[in-house]
Design a protein around this ligand. Structure first.
Ligand code: PCA
Length: 219
């Protein structure tokens, strides 16, 4: 019998002026749950350049997952967004939770400019829509701690030792209680976000070659 599959789900602590982060609320709601034959393991990351990656690395080595889904909040977005690409730059518009504000420094010195997600992002968006859930491909994860973690994750998974592990990053909308303090901003209920992640995990486990469907943007 083969060893059971493991999914690592990471979420962030709150940052900026927010006191809650949907990415951690979703991850912890799914901790220890089963997705088909896989067990979900949730880990919270600090919203701090550097230590966030150290904690991610520890979780990778501890759980040895076959699938890694890193989650973060993108306040102002209305859909669950599957990030396509991580770029090798930190450029913080606000300070992180340790007061650091790097500007134009590489995530990994000497690393390639970018990595693509190895999740079937188009198939996932298709399946979210089939399930009646708002989802979209995003072509930028920003240049703050989320992109930092996304880039470091893909850099690690690109190593031959991690050839059997796929991963990517997903940005989530505000929860309604957050949007209440950001007039006009869209939000999505926690239960809906959790449901969306269940779809994401199922499709990511099942689909190994992404579907050819446009999700391009003119600008
Ligand atoms: N969102 C931030 C960092 C932590 C989070 O949840 C970002 O998009 O970079």
């Amino acid at each position: 019998m083969s060893a059971p599959l493991r999914i690592l789900l990471t979420g962030f602590e709150p940052f900026g002026f927010d006191t809650i982060n949907p990415s951690w609320e979703v991850a912890r709601a799914l901790d220890c749950s089963l997705c088909d034959a896989a067990t979900v393991h949730a880990v919270q990351l600090p919203c701090v350049f550097g230590p966030a990656v150290e904690q991610l690395e520890q979780a990778l080595h501890h759980w040895q997952p076959q699938l890694v889904l890193a989650l973060g909040l993108a306040g102002g977005r209305s859909e669950v967004t599957l990030e396509r690409v991580a770029i090798n730059v930190d450029d913080a518009r606000i300070a992180d939770n340790a007061g650091q504000q790097p500007i134009d420094t590489p995530v990994v010195q000497g690393g390639p400019s970018a990595y693509f997600s190895t999740l079937p992002i188009k198939a996932i968006v298709r399946d979210l829509h089939v399930a009646g859930l708002p989802g979209a491909v995003s072509n930028t994860a920003g240049t703050f701690v989320c992109n930092h973690v996304f880039y470091a994750l893909m850099h690690r998974l690109n190593e031959p030792a991690w050839a059997g592990t796929r991963g990517g990053f997903i940005h989530l909308p505000y929860l309604p209680e957050q949007a209440a303090h950001h007039p006009g901003a869209p939000s999505m209920a926690l239960a809906t976000q959790v449901q969306a992640l269940q779809v994401v995990m199922r499709t990511a486990l099942a689909v190994h070659t992404d579907v050819l469907e446009t999700a391009g943007q003119l600008h």
